[in-house]
Ligand binder design. Structure first.
Ligand code: ZN
Length: 164
């Protein structure tokens, strides 16, 4: 009943929450962070973020999918962001399986295989490089912007290691 617990925790905020509607919609630090959905990583804590400062886009793996490109495009062209930080991490669940294994699991579960790619990986540095290349080559993104890729080291307090 975790969802009910979340709703309950939210209701306890009462009138104490800040008026977030006063903040501009455009991120004040003009940056987007693309990363994994891993529940151990608190992006606001890892990067000292405050509400209103950056877009945070998350999915399984921190993979640069078409939908991430869609959000980055809107972030850049409508909301003025000019920098992208791509961060995958050590010990990612996406490196514990292969695409074929997962698709076979789904086939057994539903009788269907997905049209989307699972995008599992074994080499996290290579996956970050692939993501940066997808961003650089997208016709829907600006290309004079800052783009840096990193691996977050979960075993070392979440410190970043840059991938070149
Ligand atoms: Zn992960």
């Amino acid at each position: 009943m975790s969802v009910a617990e979340f709703v309950e925790r939210n209701s306890r905020r009462g009138d104490h929450g800040a008026d977030l509607s006063e903040l501009p919609v455009a991120p004040s630090m003009r940056a987007s962070i693309v990363t994994c959905m891993d529940s151990r990583m608190d992006m606001y804590d890892l990067f000292g973020l405050k509400p209103g400062e950056a877009h945070v886009l998350r999915n399984g793996g921190g993979i640069v999918t078409d939908d991430v490109i869609r959000s980055l495009s809107i972030s850049q062209f409508r909301l003025g962001t000019t920098e992208i930080l791509l961060a995958q991490h050590t010990g990612c669940g996406m490196s514990t399986m292969t695409d074929d294994e997962y698709k076979n699991d789904l086939l057994g579960f539903s009788g269907l295989t997905p049209t989307w790619s699972v995008e599992s990986f074994t080499d996290v540095d290579e996956s970050v490089r692939q993501g940066m290349m997808r961003i650089r080559r997208s016709p829907f993104l600006k290309h004079h912007l800052v783009l840096r890729g990193f691996v977050v080291d979960l075993a070392n307090g979440g410190l970043l290691r840059e991938v070149f």
